[in-house]
Design a protein around this ligand. Structure first.
Ligand code: FNR
Length: 187
């Protein structure tokens, strides 16, 4: 008898606005690395959300992209944020996206299992943005996994020109994080 594996559904909010974003590359490599255990969907089109302004919406009137993001989060078993660090913190477009999400009825990140990855050109790989992002997620009552953390340092050296992750150690770190996340989701 063949036992069918039930895959967890993961919604990735990740990348930056630019086409050749290392964080976008990281997201697409994650999909490949975790494909046996997870179904992934990636959101990186942050331009679909205008700058948040309370005057621009009512309780029943939200940008359609936001409603879609909210539904994807609600229906996912977990969410993975993959982000660059801008000036030691969360890039404006990602903060804007989270601010929108936070206003939705039945706020979708509440109690949602979350883990975080970041890639940067520098030697810390976005260590500081991760702690600012965690602080934001505390207010939203997301259930953020502590370990393992993924900081892709010196990103230029870790991907080839097609965006494929070529650093074995980083690939193994990501496998470990995904294994941990699988357990964390069920806890
Ligand atoms: C950066 N970068 C950067 N890197 C870092 O490690 N710490 C930082 O605080 C910053 N700050 C910062 C601010 C702004 C406005 C930009 C545009 C860039 C460099 C950053 O790591 C690099 O541009 C990455 O390539 C950005 O990620 P993506 O776009 O490749 O995903």
């Amino acid at each position: 008898m063949e036992i069918k594996k039930i895959k967890k559904n993961i919604f990735i909010i990740g990348g930056s606005l630019r086409k050749k974003s290392y964080n976008k590359f990281l997201a697409s490599n994650l999909v490949e690395i975790g494909k046996n255990d997870f179904n992934f969907e990636i959101f990186s089109d942050f331009n679909l959300l205008p700058m948040y302004n309370t005057d621009d919406h009512s309780e029943n009137d939200w940008p359609s992209a936001l409603l879609e993001i909210g539904d994807k989060i609600k229906n996912a078993d977990g969410v993975i944020f993959i982000t660059p660090e801008y000036n030691f913190s969360v890039p404006g477009y990602l903060k804007n996206c989270i601010d929108w999400i936070s206003r939705l009825p039945n706020q979708p990140l509440d109690k949602k299992p979350v883990c975080i990855q970041s890639a940067s050109l520098g030697p810390l790989g976005g260590a500081r943005v991760q702690y600012h992002l965690r602080q934001i997620l505390v207010f939203l009552n997301a259930r953020v996994m502590n370990k393992n953390e993924i900081f892709v340092t010196f990103a230029k050296t870790k991907f080839d020109e097609t965006g494929k992750l070529i650093d074995e150690q980083t690939i193994n770190f990501i496998k470990d994080q995904l294994n941990g996340f699988k357990i964390f989701i069920n806890e």
